[in-house]
Design a protein around this ligand. Structure first.
Ligand code: 5GP
Length: 173
C-alpha cells in the first residue's frame, strides 16, 4: 500500500469548536421541533457523532448510502446504496454531509427525500468546496469552506483509509 503525504489543513481543536457552534445554532433553530438527522454514509459518521453531542433539541438518527467516488475522482453518477429505514412524510429532515463538492450527491438526495414530502428539508455539511460545483446547491449550515484540494480525516477517506484522523488533512498528489 503506498504511503501518502498528508498535510494538516484544519486542526482538531478548530474542528471541535466549529462543530460545537453548529450544534448550538441548529438546536436553537429547531428548538422543540423533533428532527431526523440523515447521515450520508460513510464520510459523515464522525461529524454526525460529534454534532449530536452538541445538540439539545429532540432528534433521531438514520443513515442513507450513496456512491459516486472511485479513489480521488468522482464518476459523476450517484447511486443509492442504502435507503432510509422509515417514512419521512411530515418529518423535519436534516441531511448531514461530510462535504459538498460537485453538489451532485446532495442534489440527488434532496430530490429523493423531497419527493417523500418531509415537513422541512435542510442540509448541514462539515465542509464545502464551492469552486467544484456542477449544480447550483448550498448547505444551510456549513462547517468550513475549503479550496479545491482532496482532503481526508475526520470521517473522510482515501480508498477507505484515514477516516480515523482527528484533524483534516490534504493528500499531496
Ligand atoms: P459531490 O457529489 O458533491 O461531488 O461529492 C460528494 C461526496 O464526494 C462526498 O460526500 C465525499 O464522500 C466525496 N468527496 C468529495 N470531495 C472529497 C474530498 O476532498 N475528500 C474525500 N475524502 N471525499 C470527497
Amino acid at each position: 500500500m503506498p504511503a501518502h503525504e498528508l498535510e494538516i489543513l484544519i486542526p482538531a481543536d478548530r474542528i471541535r469548536a466549529r462543530v460545537a457552534e453548529l450544534g448550538a445554532q441548529i438546536s436553537a433553530d429547531y428548538k422543540d421541533k423533533p428532527v431526523l438527522l440523515v447521515g450520508v454514509l460513510t464520510g459523515s459518521f464522525v461529524f454526525l457523532s460529534d454534532l449530536v453531542r452538541h445538540m439539545s433539541c429532540p432528534l433521531r438518527v438514520q443513515f442513507i448510502g450513496t456512491k459516486s467516488y472511485e479513489g480521488t475522482s468522482t464518476t459523476g453518477q450517484v447511486q443509492l446504496t442504502k435507503d432510509l429505514d422509515s417514512v419521512v412524510e411530515g418529518v423535519h429532515v436534516l441531511i448531514v454531509e461530510d462535504i459538498i463538492d460537485t453538489g451532485l450527491t446532495l442534489s440527488y438526495l434532496k430530490k429523493l427525500i423531497q419527493q417523500r414530502k418531509p415537513a422541512s428539508l435542510k442540509v448541514v455539511a462539515f465542509l464545502d468546496k464551492p469552486s467544484r460545483r456542477k449544480v447550483e446547491i448550498e448547505g444551510d449550515y456549513v462547517g468550513f469552506k475549503i479550496e479545491d484540494k482532496f482532503v481526508v480525516g475526520y470521517g473522510l477517506d482515501y480508498n477507505q483509509l484515514y477516516r480515523n484522523l482527528p484533524d483534516l488533512r490534504v493528500v499531496k498528489q
